[in-house]
Write a protein that binds this ligand. Structure first.
Ligand code: ADP
Length: 472
C-alpha cells in the first residue's frame, strides 16, 4: 500500500492513463491492420478481375487455351503480385512462378468458388516462413467455353513491415508518455495537496489554549479552501463553546462564593464571641440555613443544566393533567404571594391532558411564578392562565411588576444573567436567584418540543408564555 495520497493519486492517474493508452494503441493497431489487409485483398481481387477480362479478350482473338493463360500471366504478373493460371484439373498453365519455395499448389479443387475469390494465407515452408496472401477463383470464359482457375498472390511482408513500423513507436511512445504523465501527475498532486500539508501543520499547533487561531485558506472557492473554511467555522464554534464553558465556570464559582462567604462570616462572627443568647444563635443558624438552601438550589440548577447540556437528563414522560399541575403550583405560590401581599389569580383552567415529565414541568411553571412574585411589588397581581390552541397548550404567567428593561429582553434567558444583580441576590436572603431559572425553564419547554417566550414587558408588568405540544 502506498501511504501518501500524493503517491496514490499518481498511481491511479498513471494506471488510468496506461489503460487508456493500451486500449487506444490496440484499437489503432487493429484498425490499421484491417485496412492494410483489406487493401491487399482488394488488389488481389482486382488482379483476378483484370485477368479474367484479359483471358476473355485472348479467347475472342482466337488465342489457344494455353497461350491465352501464358500471355495473360506474363502481362499482368508484376512484382510483388504473382498471377498463376491453372486448368480445371489443377495443372499449371503458366511458367512465371517467382521463387522455388513459393507454394504453387492449389487448394482442394472442389473448394474453389466460381463467383467470388477465396482468400487464404499460407506460410513458406523454409526457416523464414514468409507468408503470402492468396486469392483463388475459377472463371469461365464464355466465347470459347473455357474454364480456368486463377490464383493471385502477394507476399505479406510489405504489410507486416508497415505494421511493424506502426508497432515500434507505440512500444516506445507508450512508456515514455506514462513516465512523463507520472512525473507530471506527481508534481501536480504535490502542488494541489500543498494546502492540505499547510492546514495539517497549522492544525497541529492548535490546542485548547489557542482555539482562536484559524487555518490558512489558500483559495476559498476550491474544495480544499472550503474544507479549510468549514474547519475554521468548527474551530470558531469550539472556541465559542470553550469561552462559554469558561464563563460558565467563572459565573458558577462566583455564584457559589457569595453564599459560602456569608456562611463563613456568619459562623466566624457567631463563634468569635464566647457567650451568646439563644436568639443570637438562632438568628445565625437561620441565616446559615438560608444560605445552605441557596447553595443547594444553585448546585441543583447547575447539575440540571450540565446534564441537559450533555443530553443526559432523562425525561420521565407520562400522562397527567396540566390544569391540576397549575393549580398545585398556584397553591404553593400563594403562600409566598400572600407574604408579599400579592394576589395570585388563577383563571378557570380548562382540562388539559398532557404528556410529559411532570416534575420538570412543575419546575418550569414554579420558576415563572416564583419570578413573577419576586419581581412584583406588594399589592400587585400575578395571573396564571391555561388555554388550548390547535396543537399546543399555552401557559401564561403575567404580573404587574415594573417589567424588564428592553435591552435585557434577549439576555434574561442566558445563564447567570440577572437584570439587577445586587437586588435579586439579596432579595430575601435565601430566595435570590442565580440567574439560572429562565435558562432551565427554557430548556424544559424545549425538551418537551415546546417553547418559552417573553411576550410582553413594560411598566405595567411582564408576561411569559410557555407552549407545550398537545400531541396525545
Ligand atoms: P433569577 O433566578 O435571578 O430570577 P432567572 O433566570 O429566573 O434568574 O431570571 C433572569 C432575570 O430576569 C432575573 O434576574 C430578573 O431580572 C429578570 N426577570 C425574570 N422574570 C421577571 C419578571 N417576571 N419580572 C421582572 N423581571 C424578571
Amino acid at each position: 500500500m502506498i501511504d501518501s495520497v500524493r503517491g496514490r493519486l499518481t498511481l491511479w492517474y498513471v494506471s488510468a492513463l496506461a489503460l487508456m493508452l493500451v486500449a487506444f494503441s490496440v484499437i489503432l493497431y487493429v484498425l490499421a491492420a484491417r485496412a492494410l489487409y483489406q487493401r491487399l485483398d482488394d488488389g488481389l481481387r482486382s488482379l483476378i478481375e483484370v485477368s479474367t477480362k484479359s483471358l476473355n479478350n485472348d479467347a475472342e482473338e482466337g488465342q489457344s487455351y494455353q497461350n491465352a493463360a501464358q500471355s495473360t500471366a506474363a502481362e499482368l504478373s508484376h512484382f510483388p503480385q504473382v498471377l498463376l493460371i491453372f486448368d480445371v484439373g489443377g495443372k499449371l498453365l503458366t511458367d512465371n512462378h517467382p521463387e522455388d519455395d513459393f507454394p504453387e499448389k492449389l487448394p482442394e479443387l472442389s473448394s474453389i468458388p466460381d463467383n467470388e475469390p477465396r482468400f487464404y494465407t499460407i506460410a513458406e515452408e523454409d526457416d523464414d516462413g514468409d507468408r503470402h496472401r492468396i486469392a483463388v477463383r475459377s472463371v469461365s470464359i464464355s466465347p470459347a467455353n473455357r474454364r480456368y482457375i486463377i490464383l493471385a498472390s502477394q507476399p505479406l511482408d510489405v504489410v507486416e513491415d508497415e505494421l511493424e513500423a506502426l508497432r515500434q513507436p507505440l512500444y516506445f511512445a507508450g512508456p515514455v508518455a506514462l513516465l512523463l504523465a507520472g512525473l507530471g501527475g506527481w508534481i501536480l498532486a504535490r502542488k494541489s495537496l500543498k494546502p492540505v500539508v499547510a492546514m495539517a501543520e497549522s492544525a497541529r499547533r492548535i490546542g485548547a489554549g489557542n482555539l482562536g487561531q484559524q487555518l490558512p485558506v489558500a483559495n476559498p472557492r476550491d474544495e480544499l479552501g472550503q474544507l479549510a473554511v468549514t474547519f475554521n467555522e468548527l474551530l470558531a464554534r469550539l472556541h465559542a463553546a470553550f469561552a462559554q464553558q469558561r464563563q460558565f465556570m467563572a459565573d458558577a464559582s462566583h455564584e457559589l462564593r457569595t453564599p459560602l462567604s456569608v456562611l463563613r462570616t456568619t459562623a466566624g462572627v457567631t463563634l468569635k464571641k464566647q457567650h451568646r443568647s439563644e436568639d443570637e444563635y438562632r438568628e445565625a443558624i437561620h441565616m446559615m440555613d438560608e444560605q445552605t438552601q441557596r447553595l443547594t438550589r444553585i448546585v441543583k440548577d447547575l447539575f440540571t443544566l450540565a446534564r441537559a447540556d450533555a443530553a443526559r437528563y432523562p425525561l420521565h414522560k407520562k400522562a397527567f393533567y396540566l390544569n391540576d399541575l397549575l393549580e398545585e403550583v398556584a397553591r404553593a405560590g400563594s403562600l409566598l404571594a400572600a407574604e408579599k401581599n400579592i394576589a395570585l389569580e388563577v383563571a378557570n383552567l380548562p382540562e388539559a391532558n398532557c404528556q410529559g415529565d411532570e416534575d420538570l414541568l412543575r419546575r418550569m411553571i414554579l420558576n415563572l411564578v416564583d419570578n413573577a412574585i419576586k419581581y412584583t411589588p406588594p399589592r400587585g397581581v400575578v395571573r396564571l392562565r391555561l388555554a388550548r390552541e390547535s396543537r399546543h397548550f399555552v401557559i401564561t404567567v403575567s404580573d404587574t411588576g415594573s417589567g424588564i428593561p428592553v435591552d435585557s429582553h434577549t439576555h434574561i434567558f442566558e445563564r447567570f444573567y440577572r437584570v439587577d444583580k445586587a437586588r435579586s441576590r439579596s432579595e430575601d436572603a435565601g430566595g435570590g436567584g442565580a440567574g439560572l431559572g429562565l435558562s432551565i425553564a427554557t430548556w424544559i419547554a424545549e425538551a418537551h418540543g415546546g417553547s418559552l417566550k417573553l411576550t410582553h414587558s413594560g411598566p405595567d408588568g411582564t408576561t411569559f408564555v410557555a407552549k407545550l405540544p398537545a400531541t396525545s
